[in-house]
Write a protein that binds this ligand. Structure first.
Ligand code: WTA
Length: 649
């Protein structure tokens, strides 16, 4: 961490928005930003009341914010609204009805375009299929799909009938899917036979079969045909989407939902225990997604917008589905890998569809850098006017490459900090206003009162590293952890009374810009995906050959962080390449490929404190190959430390 702080302190390049960009930007003056931000903090009710007023309400709200039962926020109290109607129906009466909503490309090269009118019809039909299976308001529906248009339809169809969707990333294993279905007590799963990834079929239906085995409460598995591979079939439970479509009509009025009704659950890793089902409300979430998409991406009607995330993550929820569609944008959606069939696939897509706003992750940018500029230079990227990043801090070298090679030095870059829990972008430049500094997410968005505090809640001075905090409620904030009120309060609201604790370190520089310094808990960020060390440890320990495991992150040039596992094998088992492979496979099965350790170190014992706690910070230093500055006076057995260090030499 200290290295990183050093690095960014030396960053003194500045990039103001160009006059050409500012001329057409939604917001282009510092004064404008300052005025709006001040109002959003000092008078949130009138600020957010006005923004929310731009959405189509079924019944208007009577109170903007009720914070009397903090941390249980209620926004837009008394209102009724439907998220799918916000994303679709409102555009049908406007000139946008024939506008392209989704421009989709499959990995093999097949394409599909849906206008707002067409998407509306498909979503209504989809919703009627769900209804025909008895699925209703409040029911939880798991969605486990490839990045095909039906994924967006599934999400919106649930929203249309008031069912709570719980999207599980298609890269997760049957076990991870099973845990999430169980925690949310989902009555149905929407999936596909498979999806294309790096030229291979990802057999999703097979994982679902394993994931729902023994769960009688899952009465329906709805299967979209995508890859046409053979699948097993349960005639009671399973239905083909293309067959069910023939039996439903396209009339499906949106269910009026209370502002605070749950729109979705999305599971994310925390430092301890099982994954947390983050709960988002309907109206507040939509208002956040709607406004951030408009201002952070400076959305204009003629934009072709592409967010490369998967809908299985929060970024895909807010910036592929809800935010852009609520604004009537044209969104590109792509099924496959960025380097299939060649490392220039993304740039080919940008050129073909004349993408103007492009949003991706630092880990992808670093991969493109590694693959070589020639794959970029082959394509015409002149349609681009704005670039964004999300998921982790972007290192200044990658920022500069993105700026020069992709943005042609003309596109502003918005480095957006936020979380599954914040629901929408919380710290970010505004592209027509903010002078950016490579590596800084810059300043809080409207409604976000961000501060850098010490453990006791004292605000720190310029350039002092501390903990990020948010001091006021905002509309798209999480409303809880599914089924675990106690954990919700404990995790996010107990560090300082009344303040939200995101779990990230940060510092503010002399201009008030925020620099995010990574997680301060036991969460590892691999390729922008949050994994808890605890989950990977549990997976390892559940293998018969392992007695104890400790998992830490170490810096990695490509993925940001990589997983290093220290493993103590069971008596009589010796370390071998075979065991290594078996453990890697085991973690894949338990969680998913993304959780496989980059490195496993076998050790007879783990360094522990006298009270028996594994000294993770020490292991982190060992994994990173740096000298420990930490106090080791509480260590139980110095021999263990010496051995682990020797391993390093
Ligand atoms: C990290 C993803 C630095 C951070 C939207 C946060 C970032 C976690 C940035 C949330 C950024 C996200 N700069 N760090 N621009 N964006 N993070 O829930 O540690 O998957 O707490 O949401 O990612 O990850 P999540």
């Amino acid at each position: 961490m200290s290295d990183r702080i050093e690095n960014v302190l030396h960053e003194n390049r500045r990039f103001p928005p160009s006059d050409a960009f500012r001329a057409d930007a939604r917001l282009s003056s510092e004064d404008g930003y300052a005025r709006m931000h001040r109002e959003s903090i000092e008078d949130p009710e009138s600020f957010w009341g006005r923004v929310a007023g731009e959405l189509p309400w079924i019944q208007p709200f009577d109170k903007v914010l009720d914070w009397s039962e903090a941390p249980r926020a209620k926004w837009f109290v008394g209102g009724k609204i439907n998220a799918s109607a916000v994303c679709l129906d409102q555009h049908l009466e406007s000139i946008r009805s024939g506008k392209r909503a989704i421009v989709w490309e499959g990995e093999p090269g097949d394409t599909r375009t849906l206008t707002y009118t067409e998407l509306h019809t498909e979503v209504c039909r989809f919703a009627n299929i769900l209804k025909s299976r008895g699925i209703k308001k409040g029911d939880r529906v798991a969605i486990y799909m490839p990045m095909i248009p039906e994924l967006a339809m599934a999400v919106l169809a649930c929203a249309r009938i008031g069912a709570i969707h719980s999207v599980v990333f298609g890269g997760f294993s049957a076990q991870a899917l099973s845990d999430r279905i169980e925690d949310g007590e989902c009555c149905a799963v929407i999936t596909a036979d498979g999806g294309w990834r790096r030229g291979k079929i990802l057999e999703l239906k097979k994982e679902v079969d394993a994931g729902v085995a023994g769960k009688d409460y899952v009465h329906t598995v709805l299967v979209v045909r995508r890859t046409e591979n053979d699948v097993d079939w349960d005639h009671e439970r399973d239905i083909w989407y293309h067959e069910a479509l023939l039996k439903v009509d396209a009339e499906c009025p949106p269910e009026p939902m209370d502002s605070e009704d749950v729109l979705f659950l999305l599971y994310t890793s925390g430092s301890t225990g099982k994954p947390k089902g983050i709960v988002h409300s309907t109206a507040g979430y939509l208002v956040g997604a709607y406004m951030t998409t408009q201002f952070v991406f400076d959305l204009q009607d003629e934009d072709v917008y592409w967010c490369t995330a998967d809908v299985g993550w929060i970024t895909g929820h807010s910036y592929i589905v809800y935010g852009p569609l609520a604004n009537g944008a044209t969104c590109v959606m792509y099924e496959g890998a960025p380097n299939t069939p060649h490392p220039g696939r993304f740039w080919e897509i940008v050129q073909r569809h004349e993408v103007s706003v492009f949003y991706t992750a630092p880990t992808a940018i670093r991969a493109f850098m590694k693959w070589g500029d020639e794959h970029v230079e082959k394509h015409d990227l002149s349609s681009l006017r704005l670039l964004g990043t999300v998921g982790e801090s972007i290192n200044p070298e990658a920022w500069m490459w993105y700026h020069q090679k992709i943005g042609g030095e003309r596109c502003p870059i918005v480095d957006t900090w936020w979380q599954t829990e914040t629901g929408s972008i919380a710290i970010t430049p505004l592209p027509g206003v903010t002078t950016t500094k490579p590596g800084s997410a810059t300043r809080p968005f409207f409604g976000i009162d961000a501060a850098v505090l010490d453990e006791d809640g004292n605000e720190l001075g310029a350039n002092e590293g501390g903990l990020l905090a948010i001091r006021k409620p905002w509309p798209s904030m999480l409303r809880g952890i599914w089924g675990d009120e106690e954990r919700f309060r404990e995790t996010y609201w107990s560090k300082w009374p009344g303040y939200y604790f995101p779990g990230d370190g940060a510092r503010k520089d002399e201009d008030g810009y925020l620099w995010i310094l990574g997680r301060v808990d036991d969460v590892i960020n691999v390729s922008g995906h949050r994994l808890s060390t605890m989950e990977v440890e549990s997976a390892l320990v559940s293998h018969e050959s392992v007695v104890e495991a400790a998992v830490v992150g170490r810096p990695d040039d490509l993925t940001g962080q990589a997983i290093v596992a220290f493993v103590t094998p069971a008596a009589g088992i010796s370390a071998s390449d075979e065991l290594l492979r078996a453990l890697s496979e085991h973690v894949s099965t338990e969680i998913g490929k993304l959780a496989r350790p980059a490195e496993v170190r076998f050790t007879d014992a783990l360094p522990k404190t006298r009270s028996g706690k594994i000294m993770r910070r020490l292991l982190r230093d060992i994994a990173a190959g740096v000298e420990t500055v930490q106090d080791t006076s509480t260590i139980e057995d110095y021999a263990v430390l010496a051995k682990l260090r020797n391993y390093d030499d």
